[in-house]
Write a protein that binds this ligand. Sequence first.
Ligand code: SF4
Length: 389
Amino acid sequence: MVISTMFPKYSTKIEGGSVTMEQRLLSKVSHLVLTTSKCTGCGICADACPKEAISLGMVGASVRGLAAGDAPITVDPAKCSYCGVCTILCPFDALLVEVDGEPSLPILEQEGFPEYDFTAEICEEKCVRCTSCHEACPHDAIVRDVPVYEGEVEGGAKRQTALVAKTTFVVDKELCTVCGVCSSLCPAIEQKRVPFTAEKVGSEGEIIWTEALCDGCKVCVEACPHDAITVDRTVNTEAKLPGKVSIDKSECITCTWCKQVCPSEAVTITKFFEGELIVDASKCPGGCSTCVDVCPCNALYLPSPMPAVNMKRDSIEANIAINNELCILCGACVNACPSEDALTLKRTGIRIKGPETDLYKKIAAKLCVPRTSKLVESTFGQVETKKLE
Ligand code: SF4
């Protein structure tokens, strides 16, 4: 047998949360690895693939773990050219091309290709090291490199180490009887009493105080039966917690949750896409919430019921609503919504840097075709949206 007729060989392997498409040539082996948990079903890769190798499946069911394979997309390993366009354009970092086991972007070497141009920064000066952005980020992109204090976990750093303060602790030796009340109350105080002996039945010794353990609460001052203790503390009120909060740009999906919740306006985010997602709540049948479940930005929500007394006559409560500030126009909701025209995606621009190649221009035009939620299942298990042109 002539060996070259055995190649290329194609295969797909599903293993431990990833799907690996393989093209095996005599000279090299290429892989496209899909991390299932990161794939949101936005379909950007399907629009972008120059070989039309990627198809969109039942997004809602997949993201909810109800569809076979659990991946919202499927890739034909024989159609895929392993160029890396999907890797570059996936906002969720769900796809990776490897050549001979190493991450690779052949399209960049062959003809160049732009990448998203976005800002995701936290101004260190303005940031107060609070926990809001860390908690709000739906994509774990916030790196909060701040000591963990005892309030958060048992055994964490002592809370007083969060302060920039100068504390003085003075014991009036004339008044102190080394009675042991203060040291029994506070780990910052140690009482070293000269052992009682029958020969000398007095109370002698010394009080040792550790500033790093003192939080200036002054309980010792109040509790001292002989008014022997004085504590003074000056605090630098300008100081803030040590450490740093930053954004891992490779994880950031530009939803702006961090920016919206930041109490000190320290965050700057620019999004990948320009445009709008239009929600027509009158077309939403209610009781579905698929879009809410699939939205990677937590931008869609079921509005809280309004008290009857506040409702206008003949008005109907909306079944669905969106906070447009938080939407990144990824399109996952439109791909998942079963109701015609309830959601309409209109991308009007893509922020990129790098060469605007002919291939990129073709892809950008496809990504900017307006579409609405009417799923057409022309091939079993694969869906297309209703394009508006
Ligand atoms: S923009 Fe969104 S994804 Fe990016 S860091 Fe802020 S909250 Fe996280």
